[in-house]
Design a protein around this ligand. Structure first.
Ligand SMILES: Nc1ncnc2c1ncn2[C@@H]1O[C@H](COP(=O)(O)OP(=O)(O)OP(=O)(O)O)[C@@H](O)[C@H]1O
Ligand SMILES: Nc1nc2c(ncn2[C@@H]2O[C@H](COP(=O)(O)O)[C@@H](O)[C@H]2O)c(=O)[nH]1
Length: 206
């Protein structure tokens, strides 16, 4: 499970979408949210947009792997698609906040790799939210006010990226995925491979 978090506007959605388009064997977890859909968003692709009553039912019946209230809206990760993807041997990519990351850590520490994305400066963070032009002035202000509290959680993450140049940040995110996939603890296929190698050695040395 590869988790990417950041303050609003730092670029995590851009980075995670690029990763999904480029990499194979990785599935993006599509969250449920009570937030209003942005003009560019598609229901079922970017989020499942659901009413608060439905969110409460999903949360209370254990359908969510993790959930949190962020910027005044509720967000959660549907459990079943994640468990299915993992059981099929796929990696899963999450665009979730620090509260959700903590919950995943508590549930499955050894299977979670986390990346925190920082903006290059406060002014650039504001400029990105304004250039994105998807949220009202009030919503942008609220998100900028919450940014300091979110940034305070960067030391809880395995990796930190300063998203200055998008191409460079993306290359670094891909490198993290590649390196983590190569770690011995993540090589579920290795025992079988080494078993076969040892069998082969036995055959050629007897
Ligand atoms: N390195 C970059 N340089 C310039 N603009 C960028 C960079 N990375 C992302 N952006 C732009 O900044 C805006 C915010 O990016 P994005 O929507 O990915 O942020 P986010 O962290 O997912 O925010 P939110 O949490 O609000 O969804 C977008 O318009 C995106 O195109
Ligand atoms: N804990 C969770 N956080 C989530 C989830 N889905 C998204 N998020 C985070 O919410 C904020 C705001 O997102 P936005 O799309 O309204 O800009 C951002 O930090 C997301 O990462 C989730 O399922 N769980």
């Amino acid at each position: 499970m590869l988790v990417v978090s950041s303050p609003s506007g730092a670029g995590k959605t851009t980075l995670t979408r690029n990763l999904i388009e480029t990499e194979t064997h990785i599935t993006l977890s599509v969250s449920v949210t009570t937030r209003t859909r942005r003009p560019s968003e598609i229901d079922g692709v970017h989020y499942h947009f659901i009413p608060r009553r439905r969110f409460d039912i999903m949360r209370d019946s254990g359908e969510l792997l993790e959930w949190a209230e962020v910027h005044g809206n509720c967000y959660g990760t549907p459990r079943e698609p994640v468990e299915q993807a993992l059981a099929a041997g796929r990696d899963v990519l999450f665009d979730i906040d620090w509260q959700g990351t903590r919950q995943l850590y508590e549930a499955m520490r050894d299977d979670v790799v986390s990346v925190f994305v920082l903006p290059p400066s406060a002014a650039e963070l504001k400029a990105r939210l304004e250039r994105r032009a998807e949220d009202s002035h009030d919503i942008i202000n609220r998100r900028l006010k919450n940014a300091a509290e979110e940034i305070a959680h960067w030391p809880e993450y395995d990796y930190v990226l300063i998203n200055r140049d998008l191409g460079k940040s993306f290359a670094r995110l891909r490198s993290i995925l590649t390196a983590e996939r190569l770690k011995r603890v993540h090589r579920d296929d290795m025992e079988r491979f080494v078993g076969g190698l040892l069998d082969g050695l036995k055959q050629i040395t007897t």
